[in-house]
Ligand binder design. Structure first.
Ligand code: HEC
Ligand code: HEC
Length: 335
């Protein structure tokens, strides 16, 4: 019996070697460019430390007024970025927001959900895109953040740590209300994928969003996905909730991704079995199509690393290497 177990363990580790499993989560999916500490905003909403989350917003001018097409609303840049009530450009794009989505809870320094995920819940690559997900799944994830079974595999990821703290402070009633709110939103096209060898040089800013650096300098993409706003100014200054994302992926990613996602590609099982036709979600299983590519890649790594626990997904990702994950994330985002 012991011999059998030892032999099985050897086979498993041999498979892991052959499959070339990613040794550690790659920096690009977490918004870093290398190892070691990098500037991160001070933690908001922690149990033990004083909070300083107004710092990002404070840098925004109060006297620069912005407008967007198809809305009568105008906002000062400062108010667009207000931690406890960020500007909502298009109230018609979503159901009436629960108070916690609009304001968060300032007394506990919980920033508004709408600040990171946008009022319409479509969110950004460096956080998440909860719009249109099943309410039961959202509740399950909030619970996972609370009980420690969902963390980031890169402990430097400050906004993921903040998400955990926020979830821990929510009441059961707030969780129910936000889950129903996000579930009720109809998704609009959000991500465009471009296969390329060269990308505009981009730098990850606060919280890990990549932005092209001024000067139109190009650099090789290599083995990465670099996801940037379609329009850097509209995203950075206005937080335009209809202006989506451009994911640059290595040439060949889409064809390889389609092979893996639809057939398993010899690496895993077809995703639609659980995620439904069109990968739009089924029952309590979340939709995975047209969501930010770097978010999807990050989740696959987090699950592989065990930082995010999922019994059903763990075997699905077990043998995926970095190329597979890039291909899958690019293909899903392109759907
Ligand atoms: C400071 C920014 C921030 C705020 C504010 C915030 N979140 Fe998040 N949220 C995140 C990040 C970052 C992640 C993803 C972490 C990761 O990479 O796994 C996330 C993930 C989620 C997810 C998981 C989505 C999925 O597809 O699995 C849900 C649900 C969610 N947040 C709900 C909320 C709710 C509800 C609120 C308000 C009560 C809120 N968030 C406020 C940053 C934020
Ligand atoms: C056996 C069923 C099953 C299969 C097959 C499956 N998934 Fe999943 N997947 C789930 C479930 C259930 C979840 C919800 C997370 C959990 O269990 O905690 C999930 C979650 C995810 C998430 C996280 C979504 C989010 O919002 O954070 C991603 C990404 C994902 N799956 C990708 C895939 C891909 C890619 C494939 C195919 C290669 C796949 N899944 C195949 C069941 C499955």
């Amino acid at each position: 019996m012991r011999q059998y177990v030892a032999a099985a363990a050897m086979i498993v580790s041999a498979v892991a070697l052959v499959s070339g499993q990613a040794a550690s989560p790659p920096f690009w999916a977490y918004g870093f460019t290398g190892p070691g500490p990098e500037p991160a905003p001070p933690p908001c909403a922690t149990d033990s430390k004083p909070l300083d989350c107004a710092r990002i917003q404070a840098a925004r001018p109060k006297d620069v007024i912005h407008k967007l097409p198809d809305t009568d609303r105008t906002f000062a840049e400062y108010d667009i970025h207000y931690d406890f009530g960020p500007g909502d450009w298009y109230p018609g794009d979503h159901p009436p927001m629960p108070d916690i989505v609009v304001h968060g809870r300032e007394s506990d320094k919980l920033r508004a959900c709408g600040l990171c995920h946008y009022p319409n819940g479509h969110g950004r690559p460096e956080n998440a895109s909860p719009a249109g997900l099943p309410a039961a799944y959202i509740l399950q994830q909030l619970e996972a953040f609370r009980n420690g079974t969902r963390k980031s595999a890169d402990p430097r990821k400050a906004n993921a740590n903040e998400m955990i703290q926020i979830a821990r402070h929510l009441t059961a009633a707030e969780m129910q209300t936000v889950a129903e709110y996000y579930a009720a939103i109809t998704r609009r096209p959000w991500v465009r994928v471009v296969e390329t060898g060269m990308v505009p040089k981009a730098r990850a800013g606060v919280n890990g969003l990549f932005m092209p650096v001024p000067g139109n300098e190009m650099e090789p993409l290599g083995k990465r996905i670099i996801e940037v706003p379609e329009n850097a100014e509209l995203t950075d200054k206005m937080r335009h909730p209809r202006s989506g994302w451009l994911a640059y992926a290595p040439i060949g990613s889409l064809a390889r991704g389609e092979e893996i996602v639809t057939k398993g590609g010899g690496r895993t099982v077809a995703c639609a079995v659980c995620h439904g036709a069109g990968l739009q979600g089924m029952g309590n299983v979340p939709g995975i199509a047209d969501r930010p590519a770097s978010y999807i890649a990050r989740q696959l790594y987090d699950i592989q690393a065990g930082a995010r626990q999922s019994q059903l997904m763990k075997p699905v990702v077990a043998k995926l290497d970095e190329d597979d994950i890039i291909a899958i994330a690019a293909y899903l985002a392109s759907k």
